[in-house]
Design a protein around this ligand. Structure first.
Ligand SMILES: Cc1cc2nc3c(=O)[nH]c(=O)nc-3n(C[C@H](O)[C@H](O)[C@H](O)COP(=O)(O)OP(=O)(O)OC[C@H]3O[C@@H](n4cnc5c(N)ncnc54)[C@H](O)[C@@H]3O)c2cc1C
Length: 524
């Protein structure tokens, strides 16, 4: 399929992605017109609808934005952009008020104030939540309902975006497919501003907590169009995915550990107290690697909630309870088997404080963006927040920057389609070689797999995935230290001064080419 079947144009913004970041941006843009395009149904779409813990914000009486900022910087392992952290922590309470105005039903205490949960590496309770562990579903549904009621927003689902359209050096639209197989249609969406809100890349890994649509395609599309990418090597693994062989793996939220649940190995021994002063509430990368090492050493790991929660589990954490029940586990009387799983991408399309990417006409928001907030390791419950804070900022900036006057000439050339190579080959390589513990040999081997896949098919969706995977892997190979979410067994030290990674796909290609040309590979 190489012809454009139809062209849809808007004088406003085109937003790709209907998770919390995309929907919030559209609502903040209103009454300026926007089209929100997504693979799946707004309200149920993306990782947003699956978020359990909630949103971090200094809204408690004894909290301050400075404390929230300090905790974020503490978790970020030396790579946070302080100015970005401070603006996010300062603006957080106002964005929570926005959600309340939109109708988000946050849990409240008897006196009517917001009930606040505590999560790992936060110095005090500051997570607003809904029905215990249902924040993502409730907030996504609320924003989708408001978007449906807003005349200026057009919501379109069931589209698979595959390529950015560029005209005279400016991003002016997106090519997307509707339908499958021979009946698929190719549509060019054109707009005066394009916003990517495409989420993360957890599903590039075989073991993930993310929905399978989180395949880094937005990141790949932007990278293939030449965008600057930041910190791609930093992938966060959630320590406690429920290990019952499901793809994706259901999550046992961190809030359970906040409530006192403990990690034990197959011998019933707690092991986190010996590793970190905060034990089970240590930063995520430390907990995840400790669990990984237990498992590699032959010890299964369990989250034991019996003493901390007992029979109140079902009421406080209904989502996790349902996932346990579906797997035949009663968490009130049995420990939950857990394992780390790819969960969150700290890196992404490099963005400034307005959400602008390096490509004219393209803004980015939410997990697909790298603003500098998370550094090398995200503080729990800061990601939905980032989508809200930058959703507001992108909306403001797009309004001020909208290109005026006639914009469109002849449409750009459409992408060419081919049969995709199987993504499971890529997913296995990423889980084996680019996960919690990395080394040069494994990373080179993953780059080999990626290069082979790229030569087997020119399918744009696959090329978006391989581009995203290549950026993660090449940046991991180039970083000769361990920091935050990036751990090299051959470079276990952390350098004194941390520097962020900024690279293009061409830079990643150059790193991969060095690997192919190395004498060790030639002898293989
Ligand atoms: C199980 C789980 C629990 C979590 N819990 C929390 C939490 O408690 N607190 C917190 O802050 N964060 C949490 N996170 C992380 C957080 O949910 C995500 O970072 C956040 O929801 C990302 O929002 P987003 O709007 O950027 O992307 P998403 O919500 O992932 O939305 C991406 C959108 O892009 C669309 N899309 C992507 N690619 C394409 C394409 N090629 N074509 C068409 N459409 C496309 C998708 O259909 C979707 O609409 C959790 C994540 C998971 C997986």
């Amino acid at each position: 399929m190489t012809r454009i079947d139809s062209i849809v144009e808007t004088d406003g913004a085109l937003i790709l992605g209907a998770g919390i970041a995309g929907l919030f941006t559209a609502l903040k843009l209103a009454p300026m017109p926007s089209i929100v395009l997504a693979g799946t149904r707004p309200g149920l779409s993306g990782s947003s609808a699956w978020a359990q813990g909630g949103i971090a914000a200094a809204v408690g009486a004894d909290d301050s934005w400075q404390s929230h900022a300090a905790d974020t910087i503490g978790a970020g392992a030396g790579l946070c952009d302080r100015a970005i952290v401070e603006l996010v922590a300062r603006e957080a309470p106002e964005r929570i008020q926005d959600l309340i105005r939109f109708g988000a039903p946050f849990d409240r205490k008897a006196d009517g104030s917001l009930a606040l949960g505590r999560e790992a590496a936060h110095s005090l309770p500051r997570i607003v939540h809904v029905k215990g562990d249902g924040a993502g579903a409730a907030i996504s549904a609320t924003l989708a309902a408001r978007a449906h009621e807003t005349n200026s927003i057009t919501l379109l689902e069931g589209f698979h975006a595959v390529e950015l359209a560029m005209e005279a050096g400016r991003i002016t639209g997106i090519f997307a497919r509707a339908g499958l197989g021979p009946d698929a249609r190719l549509i060019l969406f054109r707009a005066r501003a394009v916003v990517l809100a495409t989420g993360g890349l957890g599903a590039l890994y075989a073991v993930t907590t993310n929905p399978l649509e989180a395949r880094g395609e937005g990141l790949g599309m932007a990278a293939r169009a030449g965008a600057l990418i930041a910190d791609p090597e930093f992938v966060q693994f959630h320590p406690t995915a429920i290990a019952v062989g499901r793809d994706p793996a259901p999550l046992a939220t961190e809030a359970l550990r906040g409530e006192g649940a403990v990690l034990v190995n197959g011998r019933g021994e707690r092991f986190m107290s010996a590793i970190h002063k905060d034990a089970e509430l240590a930063p995520r990368d430390i907990v995840a690697r400790a669990i990984h090492r237990q498992i590699v050493s032959g010890q299964p790991v369990f989250l034991d909630c019996r003493e901390a929660m007992g029979t109140s589990f079902a009421n406080h954490f209904p989502t996790v309870f349902a996932a346990c029940q579906a797997a035949g586990i009663d968490p009130a009387s049995q420990p939950i088997p857990v394992a780390p799983a790819a969960h969150y991408h700290m890196g992404g399309i490099a963005s400034d404080k307005h959400g602008r990417s390096s490509l004219p006409g393209l803004w980015v928001v939410g997990e697909c963006a790298a603003t500098g907030l998370h550094g090398a390791n995200r503080l729990a419950s800061n990601s939905l927040l980032e989508g809200l804070v930058f959703g507001e900022r992108v909306a403001d900036d797009v309004r001020g920057q909208l290109v005026q006057g006639p914009l469109r000439g002849a449409p750009p050339a459409p992408p060419r389609f081919a049969s995709p190579a199987p993504p499971h080959v890529l997913r296995s390589a990423m889980s084996r070689d680019v996960a919690l513990e990395r080394n040069a040999e494994g990373l080179r081997s993953a780059l080999d797999v990626i290069a082979r896949l790229q030569t087997t098919s020119s399918e744009p969706a696959l090329l978006n995935m391989t581009a995203a995977a290549k950026l993660v892997t090449a940046a991991a190979l180039a970083r000769h230290e361990s920091r935050g979410g990036h751990w090299r067994s051959d470079y276990p030290q952390t350098e004194k001064t941390g520097t962020r990674t900024f690279m293009t796909l061409a830079d990643a290609d150059r790193i991969a080419a060095t690997v192919e040309a190395s004498p060790q590979r030639a002898n293989k």
